[in-house]
Ligand binder design. Sequence first.
Ligand code: 3PG
Ligand code: MG
Length: 399
Amino acid sequence: MSIRNLDDLLAEGVSGRRVLVRADLNVPLDKQTGEITDDGRIRAVLPTLSALVSAGAKVVVCSHLGRPKGAPDPQFSLRPVAGRLGELLDAPVHFAEDTVGDSARSTVDALADGQVALLENLRFNKGETSKDDAERGAFADQLAAFGDAYVDDAFGAVHRKHASVYDVPARLPHVAGRLVLREVEVLSKLTGQPERPYVVVLGGSKVSDKLAVIEALLPTVDRLLIGGGMCFTFLKAQGHEVGTSLLEKEMVETCRNILERSEGKIMLPVDVVAATAFSPDADHDVFRADGIPSHRIGLDIGPETVAGFAAALSQAKTIFWNGPMGVFEMAPFAAGTRGVAEAITKADAFSVVGGGDSAAAVRALGLDESSFGHISTGGGASLEYLEGKTLPGIAALEK
Ligand code: 3PG
Ligand code: MG
């Protein structure tokens, strides 16, 4: 990659310099308690932050959380993240109550060498996500004033043309952090010459979200296994009834067209677990994919499908997996995701797990993270990378 990285910045010396780090600390929070349910993204940025702390930088961290609408909204405050980050770094993290206001200024000004500050949610400011270059630029000016150098370690956000990702690096000396570097190194193996067979597993709820990546991957992969909510639109395209399962009617024709062109590379479920309601307590049974009753909702792939997918995965030398196979958050519908994940860990292959949801599934199901080749912190970002799109955050670092 023709991008300067953290080691280049460290070699220049950062002691006493203010380094602005864009991180992706967009972690899932429990709706009731507000507690962090998966801190994987916080852990993923520690190598960069620790290196800067050890080198005596004044580290100013910024991130988004959720999708607030350009104004402060307490449910999206980064305060709990500051607490968790402090625990993991084993050092206090000074939290600013705003992003670029008085609190941020005084917090940054008070930093001693080797100390860390976290600014409040970037998306509490309209300028962060604005489509208007001038509005984004004005916000980027304010952010850039907090740093003498900029490090992008927010891989999960590199596909966003946002002020902190795209405009700040145009204003400061900039490098890629350790996480961004590693993510790009790994994903570029998949877009280069992956060792074959190359098998991709896609899940998640919507076909429309995955359409571009399916189109981009079809010529490249040897096998494409499709589960999750999106499989029902494909099953419908095969001529099956899907009961009350998730269905994107307007995508059926597109799916039929994809299947026709897929040269038999696409594997769809042959059985599904379908319930009487979207509830962990609902009655549920396994049905043939061509025999889903009209009043049932499909919530997971069935055991025969898991076995078929596992057999395909056992042959693979390269695997990419994005998206759960079912509603794994509900125990009765977790077997598909677990089965596929376990098959991936058993395969003698280089495996990449892409996406917040699949990464969270790996941890929530108690699987050993180290048995995967790489767990990406980026969902949309890793998919857009595989689509071959220009990612604004990466392009900005290249300049
Ligand atoms: C993610 O969770 O995918 C990243 O943090 C990006 O968030 P966004 O989809 O709200 O831009
Ligand atoms: Mg996303």
